[in-house]
Design a protein around this ligand. Sequence first.
Ligand code: ATR
Length: 305
Amino acid sequence: MTKFIGLIGYPIKHSVSPYFQQAALDSYHLDIRYEAWETSPEKLEAVVTGLREPRNLGANVTVPYKEAVLPLLDEVDDLAGLIGAVNTIVKRDNRLLGFNTDAHGFLEGLRQEGHFDPEGKRVVVLGAGGAARAVCFALVREKVSSLIIINRTPVRAETLAETLRSYIGDSSPSLYSGLRPAGSEGLSTEVITLPGQNLSSGETFTHCHLIVNCTSVGMKHSPQESKSPFDIEVIPPGVLVYDLVYNPYPTRLLELAGKAGANILGGLAMLVYQGAASFELWTGKKAPVDIMLDKARKVLIGGKR
Ligand code: ATR
């Protein structure tokens, strides 16, 4: 019997995941179809419940449901619980388990394609939504020395910073180590928030090694498609600018960063590496990352969507 994996989101007509996931499944000759299941809000519960049907193996979850699916699942893994978002559902013994592979995808992209080791580095993160939460937890767990979070809506940045600080604080020596959140031992990142106006000041970025754009500014098909979250004058040469926006490539931000003498990394790496981790959770097989990257690049360049 053919099995199915779905992509649950709304809207998802521009998604690249069905192409590179199917290429990965086909490379193993698996009788599995990866399908885009565009799901309106009132159908979300029924679609997630439908995953219990024998033909379904699981799903990816994307905007805007990464938070909304949590209460619909039987179990949520520690990291997904901390981030508060699930992007991968796996059915095991008819139980629906939720994972977050975005944090892993972000780090793998950073290491494999950006050749960047985050430990001890100073980082500026733009945004405070679901993607920023995954990125910030990933960076704190990798022991960056400082993290500046800047968001259009400052209260969201402060809420995220508080969550991170209490996670880090829980890692200080305690008699009750059994109560610590998983994997939080020995963390010490300094977490700071700044208002959006600071994006126009070079001081914000002085001494930083990595800038990550987790906002949707610059995204294709959005009103900000040709915009950059900040100007060329504030970008220090030699910094790595990682834009999670993968379409278009390069984004306006990456164009400016390149001109400023910075190193640049687009969001395709994160997209493919999070998908590779999901593939391994569903199939138990090693993800053919090269095939997935190649397919994703071809689809984007070819503009097939
Ligand atoms: P995701 O799950 O992709 O992170 P999200 O939770 O909707 O999506 O978060 C989108 C992020 O992009 C937020 O940080 C948002 O800022 P606000 O918290 O102020 O909404 C940011 N963002 C979206 N459009 C923006 C714009 N035009 N200028 C600046 N930031 C923007």
